[in-house]
Design a binder for this molecule. Structure first.
Ligand code: NAG
Ligand code: NAG
Ligand code: NAG
Ligand code: NAG
Ligand code: NAG
Ligand code: NAG
Length: 388
């Protein structure tokens, strides 16, 4: 018994010894809310090089000297290939760095802790008093829109590849102070576990889906998430992302506006990516407009209504010209078959619900279409195809 414990200790200590390096490196990612960064730079492929040495089998190396450089998004010939890194989702690591809220009574702040991979991730209830305190202490900002990111995750289900890609894109490109996942049940599955290992600042906030608004029963789960995203932005401000929205460059230039949406089509605005100050004026007007909510009208209050309101209150909202959602829902071929030049986009919406095929960390390496260029840009730092 004693002997066994002794051996366990040695085993753990050895790993902790190794991990001490990992931890120091992961602190290279600073929790700075004003960290202005553009496109991914040279060495920012997944898992900062030395950070997880054991999993990095190879560095991405271009096939020849004429290949577009790492991070180049001006050349769209897609002729050159790169030797891409292998990513092992199940690499051995007994511990991870995790942002943990410390709450007592009405105080709260965040600490970075080394936790066991098997430890549960912290869960707080939405609107717990501690959250506002630690956001003020740890995530304050000079911009109206704080650098915090929100996702809404309803129903118990495993995380898929593109969800992983979305959260990882935000982590890597926006470098937010905190990434909140608001949901009834925590995501599950291998992509979620992998995400927790490599992204230290994810916090799960529990919230039961709303059942009604303005005395009308909400029928569709999509409408529930439509309403929840507005409520969380009212409470905390920040950046709301759909789980199939991938960030391609920093949103910092837009954080100076109180409220920002992007056109989806000429008639409506997308609610798949929203920047909002806490309790923003436009947000309150939009929420009030749900008084006339009709559960049977798909997309009316979530996309047509904000477009109408933006015409009435143009000073309260900044409207982007489709830079969050090109290609639009009518051109999904440009996502899954063609190569769309997204260099002018802030983000791209994958409209995964129109597409049944399952993608993975492996299949996107040689996928010659927009989804492939986007995924490789986020994971490896270049959009070029991988040799295999
Ligand atoms: C990934 O890592 C695990 C644990 O270290 C190992 O068992 C597995 O063989 C690795 N997979 C690949 C494809 O290298
Ligand atoms: C958050 O702020 C508190 C109080 O200033 C500080 O002790 C703590 O280290 C901060 N946490 C992080 C992760 O920066
Ligand atoms: C909801 O119903 C209550 C009670 O019947 C009523 O007072 C309230 O005005 C209604 N709210 C809306 C938005 O219709
Ligand atoms: C916007 O309007 C178009 C055309 O009416 C519609 O197909 C689409 O579902 C609406 N919503 C979004 C988010 O594009
Ligand atoms: C929006 O962008 C499109 C090109 O994508 C351009 O044709 C159009 O003129 C722009 N509209 C405005 C209002 O800037
Ligand atoms: C990838 O697709 C583009 C067209 O979108 C094509 O021009 C290019 O040759 C393809 N690359 C390879 C390596 O097949």
């Amino acid at each position: 018994m004693d002997l066994q414990r002794k051996y366990t200790c040695i085993f753990v200590c050895v790993f902790l010894g190794e991990n001490a390096v990992i931890i120091t490196k992961s602190f290279m990612y600073q929790v700075s809310s004003e960290d202005i960064r553009g496109h991914a730079d040279e060495d920012s492929g997944i898992l900062k090089d030395e950070m997880f040495k054991s999993t990095v089998i190879q560095k991405p190396i271009p096939e020849n000297d004429n290949c577009p450089k790492m991070g180049d998004i001006s050349d769209w010939t897609l002729q050159c290939k790169y030797n891409c890194r292998a990513i092992n989702m199940t690499f051995d690591s007994p511990s991870r760095v995790q942002l943990v809220p410390v709450c007592d009574q009405d105080k709260g702040y965040l600490v970075r802790e080394l936790t066991q991979v098997t430890d549960s991730t912290p869960v707080l209830q939405f609107q717990h008093p501690c959250i506002r305190t630690f956001l003020r202490l740890n995530c304050s900002s000079n911009f109206p829109v704080p650098n915090i990111v929100h996702y809404v995750w309803y129903n118990m289900r495993p995380m898929r590849f593109y969800h992983f890609l979305s959260v990882y894109s935000v982590f890597k490109i926006q470098k937010p102070c905190v990434i909140f996942i608001h949901g009834d049940f925590m995501p599950t599955g291998e992509y979620w576990n992998f995400l927790l290992k490599i992204v230290p600042n994810i916090l799960f906030l529990q919230q039961i889906p709303p059942v009604e608004i303005a005395n009308k029963t909400i029928l569709h789960i999509e409408h529930k998430t439509d309403i929840t995203r507005l409520n969380v932005l009212k409470e905390y401000g920040g950046i709301y992302m759909d789980t199939d929205e991938i960030l391609l460059r920093t949103l910092d230039p837009l954080r100076k506006h109180q409220f920002t949406l992007s056109k989806a089509f000429d008639v409506n605005l997308s609610n798949g990516l929203i920047l909002s100050a806490r309790d923003a004026g436009f947000l309150n007007i939009w929420i009030k407009a749900y008084d006339t909510y009709d559960p049977n009208k798909w997309g009316y209050h979530s996309t047509i209504m904000p477009a109408k309101l933006s015409k009435i209150y143009p000073d309260m909202i900044h409207v982007e010209n489709k830079t969050f959602v090109r290609p639009d829902a009518g051109h999904t071929k440009d996502l899954f078959q063609n190569n769309f030049d997204w260099s002018n986009n802030y983000a791209i919406h994958l409209f995964m619900r129109y597409y049944k095929k399952v993608y993975s960390l492996t299949s996107i390496r040689t996928l010659n279409c927009t989804l492939g260029t986007v995924a490789r840009f986020i994971l490896f730092g270049h959009k070029e195809l991988c040799t295999k």
